[in-house]
Structure formats: structure tokens, C-alpha cells
Ligand binder design. Structure first.
Ligand SMILES: [Zn+2]
Length: 216
């Protein structure tokens, strides 16, 4: 039976070496009087027809506000459209881990091509119209740089970016706010009748802060 909602998958692979990250991050000039912003490079897949402004308002803005509050950093989103080999990436596959490996390779190429750093504050996310398969609507490596999120739900981008900042499903919660239930970003299997709060729980906020604590 096909369910109406899809889980997202976090790949727990090699933990990011903290030492390496610190060295790389320090080689970047910190903006005067502030911390290095979080840069999200967002590839809009060719199958997404929504205007960029709508995508930003619906899928990014609440998360950007939340992350700016949590980290004290600016969050900068750069949209990339019509870039063959990236925005036409074949993301549908029964084996989502194969998809993730290929997407990670593509983001590596992009980093090299654009001379972008391997820092904890640099993220690459592919935004897709559909899910990867009938089980998975998004993918990310825990504490890593690459992610894929289907725009089928407005919480997917926040969820996957949360993974890349070390947030955990285990710390997610359902809250009762304003007369209705809502789920925090890291709920692994969103329920159709429950809204999303567009916030992380205190436990995940602490993990995200900690993950970036050594980054200038
Ligand atoms: Zn997840």
C-alpha cells in the first residue's frame, strides 16, 4: 500500500572532522562584527514550475527566520535554475542511497567549479517536484553538505537542512499551538492532519548551535 506521506532519510556516514572544518572555516574572512552566514545553494529542478519568489516564501522563509534566531547568523539562499547536469539531475530511484551518492558527487563538482568551501555553513540542496520514490520525500547526510527535498510538503526543506546541521529525528516533537497540533521540523513521518510549526525543538536548536559553535 502506498501511504500519502513519505518519510525522509538521514544518512549517517562519516562524521565531519571537526578539526578539518575549523581549519577550513578559519581560512574564510569572517564578516566584520558578525559570524559567517549560512549559505544555501538551492538547485530548483527543471520539473518545478513554481516561481522562485513563491518557493522562497513557502519553503524557505520560515526556516530562514528560525535558523537566524537559533544561530545568530544570516541565512543566505542562492537559487540556481536551468543548469544542466544539476537541475536535470535524475533523482527518482527505488534505491534512494544511490540517488544520494550521485547527488553528493554532483555537489562536489559544483563546489570545485565555483570554488566554494567545504564548511559547515555551506549547503547544497536539490528542490524537486516529486518524491524520490514512494517511500522517500527527502534525503540528507547528517552534518553534511548535500540534501534533496521534494516540495510536496512545505516542511521538507527545513527538515533536510536540519539534518545537514546535525538535528535529529529523535529530538522532534508535536506541539499544541494556537488551538491545533503542529510538528517540529524533524518529525520523520509527517501526518496529513497535523500542521508544521516551522521550528526546531529546543533539543535540536541546541544541537544546531553546537554544530556551528567552532565556526567563526
Ligand atoms: Zn529525516
Amino acid at each position: 500500500m502506498t501511504t500519502m506521506t513519505q518519510a525522509t532519510v538521514a544518512i549517517d556516514d562519516t562524521p565531519w572532522p571537526a578539526e578539518q572544518n575549523t581549519t577550513l572555516a578559519r581560512s574564510l574572512a569572517a564578516p566584520l562584527g558578525g559570524k559567517i552566514p549560512i549559505f544555501i545553494h538551492a538547485f530548483i529542478h527543471d520539473d518545478v514550475t513554481q516561481p522562485q519568489s513563491e518557493i522562497f516564501a513557502e519553503h524557505f522563509l520560515p526556516m530562514v527566520k528560525e535558523l537566524e534566531g537559533v544561530t545568530g547568523r544570516r541565512v543566505s539562499v542562492q537559487f540556481i535554475r536551468n543548469q544542466p547536469t544539476y537541475t536535470d539531475f535524475a533523482y527518482m530511484n527505488e534505491d534512494e542511497l544511490v540517488t544520494m551518492k550521485k547527488w553528493r558527487d554532483r555537489t562536489h563538482d559544483y563546489k570545485v567549479e565555483k570554488n566554494l568551501p567545504s564548511t559547515r555553513t555551506t549547503k547544497f540542496i536539490l528542490l524537486t517536484k516529486s518524491a524520490l520514490n514512494d517511500r522517500v520525500a527527502g534525503l540528507a547526510g547528517t552534518g553534511q553538505q548535500a540534501a534533496i527535498a521534494s516540495l510536496k510538503s512545505a516542511a521538507n526543506v527545513g527538515h533536510e537542512i536540519g539534518h545537514t546541521l546535525d538535528a535529529l529525528h529523535e529530538n522532534s516533537e508535536v506541539f499544541y499551538r494556537g488551538g491545533w497540533w503542529c510538528e517540529s521540523y524533524m518529525i520523520p513521518n509527517p501526518k496529513l492532519l497535523v500542521g508544521n510549526c516551522h521550528t526546531f525543538t529546543e533539543a535540536n536548536r541546541a544541537r544546531i548551535s553546537n554544530f556551528l559553535s567552532n565556526v567563526p
